[in-house]
Ligand binder design. Sequence first.
Ligand SMILES: C[S@@+](CC[C@H](N)C(=O)[O-])C[C@H]1O[C@@H](n2cnc3c(N)ncnc32)[C@H](O)[C@@H]1O
Length: 255
Amino acid sequence: MPWDPVQYLAFGSERSRPALDLLSRVPLEAPSRVVDLGCGAGNVTRLLGERWPAASILGVDASPEMLAAAARACAGASWRSADLARWEPEVPVDLIFSNAALHWADDHGRLLPRLLRFLAPGGCLAVQMPRNHDRPSHLAVFTVIDGNPDWSRQLGPRLRRNPVLGLEAYEALLAPMAKRVEAWETDYLHLLEGEDAVLAWILGSFLTPLLEALVTADREPFLRACRAALRAAYPPDARGRTPFRFRRLFLVAQK
Ligand SMILES: C[S@@+](CC[C@H](N)C(=O)[O-])C[C@H]1O[C@@H](n2cnc3c(N)ncnc32)[C@H](O)[C@@H]1O
């Protein structure tokens, strides 16, 4: 199950909102070199190009499917296929922007300071990561997996139950190398349309590597179990929409 740009962008407007909120806090007037780390389908890369049309913009991602969609969505940028935890720029850059991607990498204690080191003086690291792993959208799936020894065996090594640290931890990591660090969290209340909307949402992100790790014959029963657990956790409101509360963590560090 590779990353699927169509499934991911099924909630494109809800998923773009935190990127716009992050972008509004980036204090740079005219950066020359901008990197979109974990650029996905290029919808956010396009926003970066619109804000700084004179900048050279590079999108980095490990998924060929996402990079192909990105190249179609955003003309004028350059693209690089790389692991975001190992990528490094050839010369210092002015902005590393990463929306909903760094939580896929481990060892943030090393990764975040490493990224800050790639910035030119005055440059900025701007990061948004989902922090919903202790909410029903994720707990329901963990419970399904924990309740089935075969799925636990297959998915155990892929399960990342708590990949994002707290605000204070990131501030402490970045402050010694930065002139200024802003860190905050926002809870969004999405009102999703359609049946099994939370399942559809996580199919485009959190479930992608888990389905990939399961043997094919287990995928349908696993999805059935997730669907039932998520229906119970997220009942529709009186208008048939599914209220979906989603917490995200934001960091803006200027060097
Ligand atoms: C949830 S999408 C976010 C995409 C985009 N930043 C956005 O806001 O729409 C996460 C992206 O991170 C990429 N990704 C996950 N792990 C990665 C890694 N280790 N190296 C590079 N890209 C990775 C995936 O391929 C996917 O495109």
